[in-house]
Write a protein that binds this ligand. Structure first.
Ligand code: NAP
Length: 332
């Protein structure tokens, strides 16, 4: 099969098309003929050598795919209600930038009705991450307020749409007025340009001084202290990335006076059973929203993976330019 390899750590050009042996599905797994592969910021970190591959995972980049089931563990397929020929999208721990990809059956979901494979390939990584962090760890409830840092990111556009569909008020930050506008169009109630306004002051103003109930943070660093300041009583801060650094000096007095929770997680190294439980929750609570049109795909660009040079390099260069709004997808 053709695949995209990280030939050495470095600039996007280190991503090259290569021939690899076809992978084989083992117990509890299925093999997918990949139609499209989603691109995520963690792929960029891996390409640069900043995101080690978990033990047992493919060294090829790519955390999500969509396509057709070619073969698989018959018992596991039957138990999940899948058969050869069905179209699925899958969360994987690596190996998604390839024509063929093995995935645990538990981490596969049907391509939602009305969605193309290309659109479905943009779903797993951000939907699993947002569900697990905002709704399970962060316990966001209907009627509560969510502050999303980086509202126009792949993660952000997912969090905006699920939170709105489930009845929360959504405030986002973004780095330009155009990105703020795009977030409002997707349903966010308020958007703060973090380069020209102070998000702590704005979030307090927008909530009548109460503060927000949940913050989804992909920046960390000095943002953590500021997020602690803008949380309401019993507020929850969920950290999913540390783009702004790993250290912060927080006011611990606020944590105890307001009974705050500071938590976070990283999805990739978690076991199949954990990811399978998220898949079940998504199928029950979120897939109907995708099929009804309440949640729509937000795809900024697509690139042909197997082109010469590979579109994967262009996709990564675009992601690092931060010009995109929503998702970037590779097609095969
Ligand atoms: N923990 C996990 O399991 C997990 C899983 C998936 C992804 N992630 C992380 O989640 C983040 C988003 O992933 P993605 O694939 O959606 O990437 P992406 O589309 O490239 O988004 C990165 C975002 O970070 C925002 N950002 C950077 N500095 C900021 C700041 N100071 N204030 C507010 N926003 C800021 C950017 O916003 P502007 O361009 O507007 O500045 C951009 O929207 C990445 O850091 C990724 O590593 C974590």
């Amino acid at each position: 099969m053709k695949a995209i390899e990280i030939t050495s750590y470095g600039a996007p050009e280190v991503l090259r098309v290569a021939e690899r042996p076809d992978p084989v599905a083992g117990a509890g797994e299925l093999l997918i003929r990949v139609a499209a592969s989603g691109v995520n910021r963690p792929d960029v970190l891996q390409r640069k050598g900043h995101y080690p591959v978990p033990p047992g995972a493919s060294d090829l980049p790519g955390l999500e795919v969509a396509g057709e089931i070619v073969s698989g563990d018959a018992a596991a397929l039957a138990e999940a209600g899948f058969k050869v020929g069905d179209r699925v999208c899958a969360l994987i721990a690596g190996g998604g930038y390839a024509e063929l990809c093995v995935a645990p059956v538990a981490q596969c979901l049907p391509v939602p009705k009305g969605w193309s494979d290309l659109e479905a390939a943009s779903l797993p990584e951000t939907f699993f991450t947002v569900w697990s962090n905002v709704f399970e760890r962060g316990r966001l409830q209907k009627g509560e307020t969510l502050l999303i840092q980086g509202g126009s990111s792949g993660i952000g556009v997912t969090a905006i749409q699920i939170a709105k569909a489930l009845g929360a008020t959504v405030i986002v930050t973004a780095g330009s007025d155009d990105k703020c506008e795009a977030c409002l169009k997707l349903g966010a109630d308020h958007a703060i340009n973090y380069r020209t306004s102070d998000f702590v002051e704005e979030a307090k103003k927008l909530t009548g001084g109460k503060g927000v109930d949940v913050v989804l943070d992909m920046v960390a660093g000095d943002y953590v202290a500021r997020e602690v300041e803008c949380l309401a009583e019993d507020g929850r801060l969920v950290i999913i990335a540390v783009q702004g650094g790993v250290k912060s000096e927080i006011n611990a007095g606020l944590v105890l006076r307001r009974r705050l929770t500071i938590t976070g997680s990283t999805l990739r190294p978690r076991p199949v059973a954990f990811k399978g439980a998220i898949a079940k929750a998504l199928r029950e609570k979120v897939w109907p929203l995708l099929e009804s049109g309440a949640i729509k795909p937000v795809i900024h660009s697509t690139f042909a993976a197997a082109g010469e040079p590979s579109g994967a390099a262009q996709a990564h260069a675009l992601m690092e330019s931060n010009q995109h709004i929503g998702k970037i997808v590779l097609t095969w």
